[in-house]
Structures are given as C-alpha cells and as structure tokens.
Design a binder for this molecule. Structure first.
Ligand SMILES: [Zn+2]
Length: 419
C-alpha cells in the first residue's frame, strides 16, 4: 500500500513538473512591431508564444521567470513574409533559357533536391510561406513538403499547385508530333470541363492545395471552363489561380469565371483592373525587374520596355485599388545571388511605381494570406496565429529594401535563424 502511495506522489510530481515545462513560454521583446492589419509600426511590444502559436501581444505584458526571452529591442519585427508565385524546383541558365533542356536532362530527384535547397533559402531570408505554382517536374514538390513535414529538412509552409492545367500543349511550343507527350512532365492537357475536373482531382490526389491553370499560351479557356474549375476546386476548399501573360479576352474570361487570382497580367487594362477590384480577384503581378528580364536573354532596350510595362500596370492597379499579393516568379538566379536575392530585385519596380512600403508589406502578409486561404492562421502577429516571425536590422517603412536585412527567423515558434 505504501509503495502505491509513493508512486502516486511521484506521478503527481512528474505531472506538475511537465505542466511547468509546458507553461514555459517563449517571449519576444520587439523594439518595433509591424501591425500588418493597419500597416503601422508600433513600438515596444511583447509577443508571448506557446506551442508554436502566439498567445498574446501587447505593450505591458507580464514576463514570467521561467519564460525564454528573445530580445529584439533594436529590431523591426514582422510577420513572416509570403511569396505567392514561386518555382522552387526550376532553374534556367542565365541568358540561355531552354525549358526543353531542363525537362530532358534533370530528373525528378534532382529537381526535388534543388527545390529543398531553394525552400530553405526562402525560409532563411524571411519567407515563411510560399505558393509553389507548378513547373516542378513530376510532382517533385510533393516530396519536398513530405520531407519538411517529417522534419528531415527545414522549409517554409508550401501552398502547392501540382501540375499546371492547360489547354492542349501546356506552355510548350514547337514540339514535334513524335514527342507529343513531352510536356506531360509538367502539365496536364485539359480541354473540356470533364478533363478539367479530372485534372483537378489528379492534382489533389498527389498533394495539391491550390489549383493553377494557364490560358492564352496555347488555347484559351472560356469563362465557363474557369467556372467549372472554380466549382470543382471549391468542393475541396481549394482556390483557382490562372496564368494570363498579358490581358485581352483570356483575362476577361478568367475574371468572369470567378478565379481567385490572375498571375502576371502585364497587359490588363483599367476596365479589367476595376472588374477585378469589384469581384475581389487578386493580381499577382510578378513584376520582374530589369536584371530579371535581362537574365531571360532580352537585350537592354527590350528589358527596359518590359520594366515600363510592369511599372505602368503596378501604378494603375494600385490607383484603382485592385487587391494585390506579392509574387516573384523568378526561375533564373542572377550572377552571385541566390534565388531569394534574385527575387527581391523586383522591389525596384514597386519603388518605381511609388507603392508605399506599408502596402508592399501587406501584399507580402495579410493580402497574401487572404489569397492563399490561410488568413485565419498566418499573416499577422496576433493571438491564435502561428508564430511565423521575422526581424530586420532596418526599418522597412523607410525603405522596403530593408526586408533584405533579415537577422532573425522563427517558424511556428521554432528559431530558424538568429544572427
Ligand atoms: Zn510562374
């Protein structure tokens, strides 16, 4: 009997001890704190983190002796950033782009290995969520996501499109009939509502959490086709985003069909941008900077004219009030720069368009989270949200380029980087 009592006491003590372990929070002292909802910078905030999520945020919160304190008093603290248009497994040669080469010479395994390296670059540079939007070989990213979830590698939260759904031919051109299925590596041909539905179900089966379509590169989808896709994806809680390179009828069809976003849309006119605003269609502009266009092999004059197109469309979309989410679409690393450094060149265009830094940050946080359907989990630093938190050396509201000065990254409460 006595032995039993002792073991009860022991278990009770053990429980008390583990309770205390659980009660130990991580606390961040933020000298400057970006409130993503209002777009304003607040001073001297305390963030309390428990089990990977934010428990409380405020100016005068009590810090317990048992808490682990991370002092970021001299930093600018923000929610983790989001890039809504990336291709982590793809890389084309500088000024020598050739997709056909990549498809023939790079295996799915090699693509997945590259993707895992690039995914870590995103995380280390402050991007805690990305939307991986196709061109990832034979579902290479699905394995990267599994490896992250197993804890084998570190990476951001990945919202994943699987294979790109497109009218016959994907985004290929000039392929001879003997190699008709060449593009199946990265695309699913879908030319009828039935084929669109089947393609969506196939992507979901292999791990997709968003649906990406392409229109206008080969065939053009009708508004009805887009509507079929939106309805089917919605059954599983997924959104549909559509690549439209320029604008025209294909863009009008996408907006009318109720897609969540247009990717690129370099040639959208003001009527279309207004229609997008009215319908809540996001623009993920992927506004490549001069160096990025030049990397594609265009000469200086052509690269410059692309920049003018980007900046003009960015300005018009901002003035009209079209909802925007940040997306980069870089698949060519610039000499001496990693993928994220190459991506962030595009900030040059946002600056040329005169977009305020606070709005650019919202495009990378609250707006991005809304487009990705994770606005109740990520994108702001508030109670019940995941503790995806970064800190910068400089004030991004003075100059948006400050997002290149990341010195601290936390992902779901775990410190990934601290300089
Ligand atoms: Zn892209």
């Amino acid at each position: 009997m006595k032995i039993k009592q002792t073991s009860f006491l022991f278990i009770a003590l053990l429980n008390l001890f583990s309770f205390q372990l659980l009660a130990q929070n991580t606390v961040i002292k933020a000298g400057h704190f970006f409130d993503a909802r209002s777009g304003k910078m607040l001073d001297n905030q305390v963030i309390i983190i428990e089990n990977g999520k934010i428990k409380n945020v405020g100016a005068n919160l009590k810090i317990n002796k048992t808490d682990t304190v991370i002092d970021l008093s001299d930093s600018w603290v923000l929610p983790g950033l989001m890039d809504c248009h990336v291709h982590i497994t793809s890389n084309l040669s500088y000024r020598k782009r050739n997709w056909n080469d990549v498809d023939v010479t790079e295996s799915n395994a090699l693509r997945a290995i590259r993707g895992s390296v690039v995914a870590k670059q995103f995380l280390d540079n402050g991007f805690t969520t990305i939307k991986e939007i196709g061109n990832d070989a034979n579902y290479a990213t699905a394995d990267i996501i599994k490896a992250i979830n197993k804890g084998w590698i570190q990476g951001p939260t990945i919202i994943y499109a699987g294979k790109i759904i497109a009218p016959y031919g994907g985004q290929s051109w000039g392929v001879n009939p003997e190699h008709e299925h060449f593009w199946d590596w990265e695309y699913i041909d879908a030319d009828t509502p039935k084929e669109i539905i089947k393609a969506i179900r196939k992507n979901i089966y292999y791990g997709a959490t968003t649906i990406k379509m392409v229109t206008g590169d080969n065939g053009i989808y009708d508004a009805e086709d887009i509507k079929v896709a939106v309805t089917e994806a919605k059954k599983y809680g997924l959104k549909v985003t559509v690549h439209v390179k320029m604008g025209g009828q294909e863009a009008t069809n996408v907006i009318a069909g109720g897609a969540a976003a247009i990717e690129h849309g370099f040639g959208l006119d003001n009527t279309q941008l207004q229609l997008m605003k009215d319908k809540g269609t996001f623009l993920v502009g992927t506004d490549l900077a001069f160096d990025n266009w030049y990397a594609y092999g265009f000469d200086s004059a052509k690269s410059k004219s692309w920049v003018n197109i980007d900046v003009d469309r960015l300005k018009r979309a901002y003035a009209i009030g079209t909802k925007m989410a940040f997306g980069t679409d870089i698949v060519i690393d610039l000499p001496g720069l990693n993928r994220v450094q190459s991506n962030l060149k595009i900030l040059e265009n946002w600056k040329l368009a005169g977009i305020p830094p606070s709005y650019i940050l919202q495009c990378m946080t609250t707006n991005a989270a809304e487009l990705l359907g994770i606005e109740k989990e990520r994108g702001v630093l508030a109670p019940y949200y995941y503790a995806d938190i970064i800190a910068l050396k400089n004030n991004p509201l003075n100059n948006i380029e400050a997002i290149k000065t990341v010195q601290f990254v936390m992902k779901e409460g775990k410190v990934i980087r601290r300089d």
